[in-house]
Design a protein around this ligand. Structure first.
Ligand code: XUL
Ligand code: CO
Length: 438
């Protein structure tokens, strides 16, 4: 039975030569990077679901991680769980958290009971937030676990089930506002389909957009000034998820006039499941002005599902942080570890070690990304590669001052044009040259 975490001291930065497992080797929260504290650049958040609720169950075996929090009633257990959550964040120096309604509140036997439980547990969590200074990054509603959502929630073919999802979302928005969250996430777990033989995609997408408009109208009427996010994912649990990737979601937001209120919550493992790199998804979001927040994790390229591992690949976190820096850093968003320990890493110490590893990997990514920008060779190369658009005919193309006939006239007078080399291998070597100092 889990009680609390009383005898683990806070994890401190000790530098790369420290051999102490419970220490940060690279994450030095107060170190300044580009005029900002590292902790404010990274804005790490703890995911309530994996960290406090995930019990190691897989299709072949039952739970390996003790999630039986002490207490006589489901509400008492939920309060112990919250105590453990805040103790863990304090040990790790994590200043934000993210939750689904069902992670923090006992489900009860009806939506009415869930609503009341959510009110009681958020009162309790608010007390812990006031005591510790820990803040809410974003909240969301779990509209995918309950059997009623087997055919979808906002995209359900049944209006009564759509209404249940609306009720849950309203209450999760209330909880987010009450706890001062700066974001509200829609991850469409069951919002997709298995076969078009039973599906009217047009109604489902229209309804999903209606639900999102209702959420925006309601939250804004209650004074919420934060961002709404859609978290794209291409597959799992449904075969065709409507929010496939960032580009698909951008089209959806623009079609339904939601692009003023919604940004993207981009998850590394979802990007790779979509056949993209994490960096690609971040870049598509940045150039479309919808970069918002990040769900940090990594997948296993040999496996075709969402393994949600703690990130250890420094190359990827560097490319990620390059995008974050170029996007001007986080505003309402942050870096939520949507990551879980492996089934055999079942102790509380394993969870702390996993966070240390993930936080250090992102600290390295931030520091190397900053060095790559300071080094300047890659940015200079890219800038030179497009230099022909700065003057002459190129500037006319950019300014929209020319047309096909004029360009034809210009092209017909040109001597044979030699394309410039792309220099990919050289740039990859520059990347390694900056990255490794051994
Ligand atoms: C599922 C996933 C979710 C969302 C929140 O793949 O990433 O945990 O982050 O619902
Ligand atoms: Co996620």
């Amino acid at each position: 039975m889990v009680n609390g975490l009383t005898n683990i001291p806070p994890v401190k930065f000790e530098g790369r030569d420290s051999k102490k497992a419970l220490s940060f080797k690279y994450y030095n929260p107060d170190e300044m990077i580009q005029g900002k504290k590292m902790k404010d650049y990274l804005k790490f958040a703890m995911s309530y679901w994996h960290t406090l609720c995930g019990d190691g169950t897989d299709p072949f075996g039952s739970s390996t991680i003790d999630r039986d929090y002490s207490g006589q009633t489901p509400m008492e257990k939920a309060k112990t769980k919250a105590d453990v959550a805040f103790a863990l964040m304090q040990i790790l120096g994590i200043e934000y958290f993210c939750f689904h309604d069902l992670d923090i509140a006992p489900t009860g036997n009806s939506l009415k009971e869930l609503k009341n439980n959510l009110i009681e547990i958020t009162d309790y969590i608010k007390g812990l937030m006031d005591k510790t200074g820990i803040k809410l990054l974003w909240g969301t509603a779990n509209c995918f676990s309950h059997p009623r959502y087997m055919n979808g929630a906002g995209t359900s073919p049944q209006a009564d089930i759509f209404a249940c999802a609306a009720a849950q979302i309203k209450n999760a928005i209330d909880a987010t506002i009450k706890l001062g969250g700066t974001g509200y996430v829609f991850w469409g777990g069951r919002e997709g389909y298995e076969t078009l033989l039973n599906t009217n995609m047009e109604i489902e997408l229209d309804n999903m957009a209606k639900l999102m408009h209702m959420a925006v109208d309601y939250a804004r009427s209650k004074g919420f000034t934060g961002d709404f996010y859609i978290e794209p994912k291409p597959k799992e649990p449904t075969k065709h998820q409507y929010d496939f990737d960032v580009a698909t979601v951008v089209g959806f937001l623009r079609k339904y006039g939601l692009d003023k209120d919604f940004k993207m919550n981009i998850e590394a493992n979802h990007a790779t499941l979509a056949g993209h790199t994490f960096q690609h998804e971040l870049n598509v979001a940045r150039v479309n002005n919808v970069f918002g927040s990040i769900d940090a994790n990594q997948g296993d390229l040999l496996l075709g599902w969402d393994t949600d591992q703690f990130p250890t690949n420094v190359y990827d976190t560097t490319l990620c942080m390059l995008e974050v820096i170029k996007a001007g850093g986080f505003t309402n968003g942050g870096l939520n570890f949507d990551a879980k320990v492996r089934r055999a890493s079942y102790t509380m110490e394993d969870i702390i070690l996993a966070y240390i590893s993930g936080m250090d990997t992102f600290a390295l990514g931030l520091k190397i990304a900053n060095k790559i920008i300071e080094d300047g060779r890659i940015d200079e190369f890219v800038s030179r590669r497009y230099a022909s658009y700065k003057t002459g005919i190129g500037a006319d193309i950019i300014a929209g001052r020319t047309n096909l006939e004029e360009l034809e006239k210009y092209a017909l007078e040109l001597p044979p044009v030699e394309p410039h080399p792309g220099k990919q291998e050289y740039l990859e070597a520059v990347f390694n040259n900056v990255m490794f100092t051994v």
